[in-house]
Design a protein around this ligand. Structure first.
Ligand SMILES: NC(=O)c1ccc[n+]([C@@H]2O[C@H](COP(=O)([O-])OP(=O)(O)OC[C@H]3O[C@@H](n4cnc5c(N)ncnc54)[C@H](OP(=O)(O)O)[C@@H]3O)[C@@H](O)[C@H]2O)c1
Length: 263
């Protein structure tokens, strides 16, 4: 079986995707910073499923990371057919408060590393006759950007959705299909890691999905060659009616659900 590269498999959505792809028989190439978790994942997944798991400790905020990851995979002779570009976080500060380095790191992880990894693998996917690229984006890519904290997060996710569209436009003819998985509120470590757990706690539970459900809908959509996957019936309904709402109304509702995003 071919190999799926997954960034950010040590928690949340990426971890669920790792287990679900292993269950489907994919070998895995896992990339994240926390090596102890990568090692545990390798042992657990190889015990549970008949697959090989490779991993590389790597910080995607480093400009060298995409090339290092690619070179490592080449060195191991991995036949990578599927890229799951999922790693991410947000900066819970105002634009003027974060340092230039903090903003650059976050933009690299959420945006530039996704583009560079896709670029590096595209020729290999063409030579092997096709493949899949999933970018884990966000519903934030469709909503008005936050005016208070993490104001670049939504715009970068919009860019990632457009990047996926561009990849499809250029490479569907080579049998390479890209998917932007756009989750809404999902129960993972994302909010604790970014210091926004208090806001997440205020979100009604019927609006939250599990990482397993998001992963499953993402994988199903990816293998059906869908360009955009919004997991959850309620989220799909929200996105389809959002375009008829004035921006002011969306911000008002956004603040009611998880206050602090807009002033
Ligand atoms: N949770 C939500 O409500 C939600 C909603 C919409 C979209 N998303 C998107 O979903 C994706 C996954 O997030 P999640 O919710 O599953 O969060 P999570 O539970 O915090 O997992 C984030 C993963 O990204 C990895 N990561 C973070 N920074 C990294 C770096 N510099 N280098 C390498 N790996 C890094 C982490 O691994 P290490 O720390 O081990 O490096 C971890 O495995 C993100 O792109 C996020 O924007 C999440």
């Amino acid at each position: 079986m071919s190999t799926a590269l997954i960034t950010g498999p040590t928690a949340g959505i990426g971890k669920s995707i790792a287990y679900q792809l292993a269950e489907k028989g994919y070998d895995l190439f896992l990339v994240a910073r926390r090596e102890d978790r990568l090692q545990d994942l390798k042992s657990d997944i190889e015990n549970k499923f008949q697959v090989r798991v490779h991993y590389l400790k790597s910080d995607l905020a480093s400009p060298d990371a995409p090339q290092e990851i690619y070179d490592y995979g080449k060195g191991m002779n991995l036949d990578i057919s599927t890229l799951i570009l999922n790693a991410g976080y947000q900066i819970n500060t105002k634009l003027e408060e974060a340092t230039l380095q903090e903003e650059e790191d976050c933009l690299r992880v959420l945006g530039l590393s996704v583009i560079m990894q896709s670029k590096l693998y595209i020729k290999d996917l063409m030579s092997r006759g096709g493949g899949h690229i999933m970018v884990v984006s966000s519903m934030a890519g469709f909503s008005p950007p936050s005016t208070e904290f993490a104001i670049l997060y939504g715009p970068v996710k919009t860019f990632m959705n457009r990047f996926v569209e561009a990849l499809n436009g250029a490479y569907n003819k080579n049998n390479i299909y890209s998917t932007a998985l756009c989750p809404g509120f999902t129960v993972t470590e994302f909010h604790t890691m970014s210091g926004t757990q208090d806001r997440m706690d205020k979100v009604p539970s019927f609006m939250k999905l599990s990482a397993d459900q998001v992963a499953q809908e993402g994988i199903d959509g990816m293998f059906k060659n869908k360009e955009i996957v919004i997991p959850g019936n309620l989220n799909r309904l929200l996105i389809s009616v959002l375009r008829f709402f004035p921006t002011g109304a969306i911000k008002w509702i956004g603040n009611k659900i998880a206050g602090g995003r807009y002033k």
